[in-house]
Design a protein around this ligand. Structure first.
Ligand code: IPM
Ligand code: MG
Length: 354
């Protein structure tokens, strides 16, 4: 199993280093895995003038899976859009056809006090957000800037979905729900957007093939509210690229910290890119403060979804649970009475558990 490792920027290298420690520990126990690193994001720009250098894309194509840290930083904020680190992640998703983004939000019982929501609202939370990742207003054309008739500047983007794009992500949604609690909530803005009217129609059609799954439809504004009002009503949420971006950040706070949430971005054959859902956090980069657990849990998702190695994945997840049970906490999830540790020490604690 070959993994392209793209640590990226900011806290990326620190958190990815912890996931690599974990994978190398499993490799000593017999997991067959080959890891190869390449520059990406701002680091790609620094090395080759491109956030997704040709050589990095080639490595990612050859690999069975890609493990990413995070990209972006103030140093790159003034670059033209094509050279910005964010374009690296958007392009790699598109180039590899990674249309299905799985973002589980699970609350570990030990972290119930770290959430800003009341324990009775969030305890036991286990939801899966499935975000379409290669379409929508993120990629729709035309887009750009222009001047209108009276000379005022305008910016415009195009929200766009085709039936096959909706159908394939809906199928992932129904199949995922069928394996879980059999409830799928499709989120759209059907009361306003044409794109959403088609989305809702197609999701309903696909649902006819999955009579065992109870399907509901919700407007995105209501979904944003319901996620903080009563998040446990949800099992699987399926939604478009933009709404999924927003709702998954919101859902992360239910679990205590965005530093806990892993993700998988899959193509049609379950080749995948795995990354924490959080960003590069330039303010704490290089300070040994970042929480590496989202990245470590992303490597577990990699073993499960791309490599079909459920047992190895489970070992990582169990080690993370145990480390939390033993009160290890990075700053973002720290509460009085627990043990505050840095990025490295958290990685070491997971390795010790393994
Ligand atoms: C995410 C991020 C990215 C996105 C950015 C970095 C382009 O917010 O993965 O959620 O908007 O998809
Ligand atoms: Mg986001």
């Amino acid at each position: 199993m070959k993994v392209a490792v793209l640590a990226g920027d900011g806290i990326g290298p620190e958190i990815v280093a912890q996931a690599l420690k974990v994978l190398r520990t499993l490799a000593r126990d017999g997991l067959r895995i080959e890891l190869e690193e390449a520059p990406f994001g701002g680091a790609g720009y620094d090395a080759h003038g491109d956030p997704l250098p040709e050589t990095t894309l080639k490595l990612a194509r050859q690999a069975d899976a890609v493990l990413c840290g995070a990209v972006g930083g103030p140093k790159y904020d003034t670059l033209p859009r094509a050279q910005r680190p964010e374009q690296g992640i958007l392009r790699i998703r598109k180039e590899l056809g990674l249309f299905a983004n799985l973002r589980p939000a699970v609350l570990y019982p030990e972290l119930v006090g770290a959430s800003t929501l009341k324990p009775e609202v969030v305890s036991g939370l286990d939801l899966m957000i499935i975000r379409e990742l290669t379409g929508d207003i993120y990629f729709g054309e035309p887009r750009g800037r222009r001047k209108n008739a009276s000379g005022a500047r305008e910016g415009f983007d195009t929200m766009h979905y085709s039936e096959p794009e909706i159908r394939r992500i809906a199928e992932i949604g129904f199949r995922t729900a069928a394996k879980r609690n059999k409830k799928l909530c499709s989120v759209d803005k059907e009361n306003v957007l044409e794109t959403s009217r088609l989305w809702r129609e197609v999701v309903s059609e696909v649902g006819k093939d999955y009579p065992q799954v109870e399907v509901s439809h919700m407007y995105v504004d209501n979904a944003a509210m319901q996620l903080v009002r009563n998040p446990r009503q949800f099992d699987v949420i399926v939604t478009g690229n933009l709404f999924g971006d927003i709702l998954s950040d919101e859902a992360s706070m239910l679990t205590g910290s965005i530093g806990m949430l892993p993700s998988a971005s899959l193509d049609a054959r379950a080749k995948g890119l795995y990354e924490p859902i959080h960003g590069s956090a330039p303010d704490i980069a290089g300070k040994n403060l970042a929480n590496p657990l989202a990245t470590i849990l992303s490597s577990a998702m990699m073993l499960r979804y791309t490599f079909n190695q459920d047992e190895w994945a489970y070992r990582i997840e169990a080690a993370v649970k145990n480390v939390l049970a033993r009160s290890y906490r990075t700053a973002d999830i720290y509460e009085a009475g627990t043990r505050k540790v840095g990025t490295n020490e958290m990685g070491d604690a997971v390795v010790a558990e393994l």
